[in-house]
Design a protein around this ligand. Structure first.
Ligand code: NAD
Length: 269
């Protein structure tokens, strides 16, 4: 098979030498599993105004409406499976000791693919949180029998355990992500439009601290010109090959330790 354009030996080498490798993912990593992104042609934005429904104000005004929307989204993704991009990322975790995964996705697919502890910046759609006591519980029932659902312990309303517009990220998750971005030698940024802050700042924090930063996306993004390389194409096609090559090159080689990024360059397919 022809190697994907842009996966140069130098790029593979820089990733191979990283002692600490961070992968940051967004909705694009799940799109080949059939989970709609918010900004693509089939994005949830088209038929549902996510920015109006995914807010604390909308929930206060009409919790049943918000939960019906989440019930719809949960049904949409209930049967989806991790795709080759998720599996490639899971292989990196098995092979690299200093590996961290940070995701903006709420679909739980990284966990399903075998990643043990993804930092979930925006929560998880399969969990709910008590609006009175903050108790978080898994809520797998699909479709939901009761809308809106109530806390089995205290009877208060449950809300989806996701981050809504206008809400801060869970502080522990953000601190973990920020620390990983500051200390990594290399970062792979996969399927994120790099428009939702503060997650979008993480690649720039990594770059500023000397990491080699590579994005994998079907399109260029606002960070493309600021990082070391852009691999333009589908994550499900590029990542398996990229990970194969990084891990093959590492076999039997004890070398490690990335230096500072040498110079900016962009590889386009
Ligand atoms: P986004 O919708 O803003 O951007 C998706 C990005 O993925 C785009 O840049 C697009 O070009 C790229 N992309 C699409 N298909 C791709 C593919 N096959 N391979 C590689 N790249 C591909 O998503 P975002 O940056 O994650 O931010 C938006 C917010 O949407 C986040 O807060 C996230 O929580 C939420 N969201 C999550 C899910 C999910 O859990 N799967 C789905 C929709 C939205």
């Amino acid at each position: 098979m022809e190697p994907a354009a842009g996966i140069t030996e130098r790029l593979v080498e820089r990733l191979r030498r990283a002692r600490r490798l961070v992968v940051l993912t967004g909705a694009g990593v799940s799109s080949e599993s059939g989970v709609p992104t918010f900004r693509g042609k089939d994005g949830l934005w088209e038929s549902y105004r996510a920015e109006e429904l995914a807010t604390g104000q909308a929930f206060e005004a009409d919790p049943a409406l918000v939960w019906r929307w989440y019930d719809y989204r949960r049904r949409l993704i209930a049967d989806v499976e991790p795709n080759p991009a998720h599996h490639a990322i899971a292989r990196l975790e098995s092979a690299i000791e200093g590996f961290s995964l940070i995701t903006q996705n709420v679909d739980g697919l990284h966990h399903q693919a075998g990643n043990s502890a993804p930092v979930e910046l925006h929560g998880n759609i399969w969990r709910a949180r008590c609006t009175r006591e903050g108790l978080v519980k898994e809520l797998r029932e699909n479709p939901l029998r009761e809308i809106p659902p109530h806390c089995p312990k205290c009877g208060a309303l449950l809300r989806p355990d996701v981050v809504w517009y206008g809400e801060p990220l869970p502080s522990h998750a953000y601190e973990q992500a920020d620390a990983a971005a500051r200390s990594c030698d290399a970062m792979l940024v996969v399927g994120t439009s790099a428009m939702v802050r503060p997650a979008a700042s993480l690649p720039l924090i990594a770059k500023h601290n000397g990491a080699f930063v590579v994005e994998v996306n079907i399109a260029l993004t606002p960070i493309s010109v600021l990082i070391d390389a852009s691999l333009t194409g589908r994550a499900g096609e590029i990542l398996p090959e990229l990970v194969d090559r990084v891990l093959e090159a590492s076999l039997g080689d004890g070398a490690g330790g990335a230096g500072r990024a040498e110079r900016a360059e962009t590889h386009n397919r």
